[in-house]
Design a protein around this ligand. Sequence first.
Ligand SMILES: CC(C)(COP(=O)(O)OP(=O)(O)OC[C@H]1O[C@@H](n2cnc3c(N)ncnc32)[C@H](O)[C@@H]1OP(=O)(O)O)[C@@H](O)C(=O)NCCC(=O)NCCS
Length: 151
Amino acid sequence: MRIIEPSDAREFRKYYDLRWRILRAPWNQPRGSERDAQDGHSTHLMLVGRGGKALAVGRLHFNTIREAQIRYMAVEAPHQRSGLGSRLLGALEDRARALGAAVVVLDARETALGFYRKHGYNVRGSGHMLFNSIAHVRMIKRIGGSGERGS
Ligand SMILES: CC(C)(COP(=O)(O)OP(=O)(O)OC[C@H]1O[C@@H](n2cnc3c(N)ncnc32)[C@H](O)[C@@H]1OP(=O)(O)O)[C@@H](O)C(=O)NCCC(=O)NCCS
């Protein structure tokens, strides 16, 4: 098992397929709904197993020079709760730190709140509502020394 940055069409197909199956298909959302305009300038990480099978995915982008945001964390259903999400989250945070982030923010689904709390994220307020049914909570974690700065 290893973490890669998808780099060719085949890897990106697997990456978006897992994102769609876990985060969109259960709410009857069409393929394509799993993508957004920031995908083109984000860091994408994918944990792959034997034969290059996608097991977990997640994305990192920057809101400001100091504030990174993690989105679209998804672990293949049979592999959830076996540490893969933690591994991927750690890798995304490492990348955020290496790129100069002082804080990481994310909008956690209420059902995943416990996961992010375990990794040191604190609730900062309410986040957006997705498909009129999935409530999100804005969370934040300080990962660098220079503090949160707006811009
Ligand atoms: C949420 C998700 C990314 C977590 O990844 P994971 O691989 O299942 O989590 P891990 O096995 O690394 O769990 C780490 C710890 O968090 C806990 N945890 C995991 N998911 C949790 C959840 N939904 N609620 C509360 N705690 C959770 C685990 O019990 C574990 O605790 P432990 O260390 O005491 O055993 C994954 O379950 C997932 O893809 N869920 C469906 C999609 C989703 O909700 N994505 C997040 C959108 S914001």
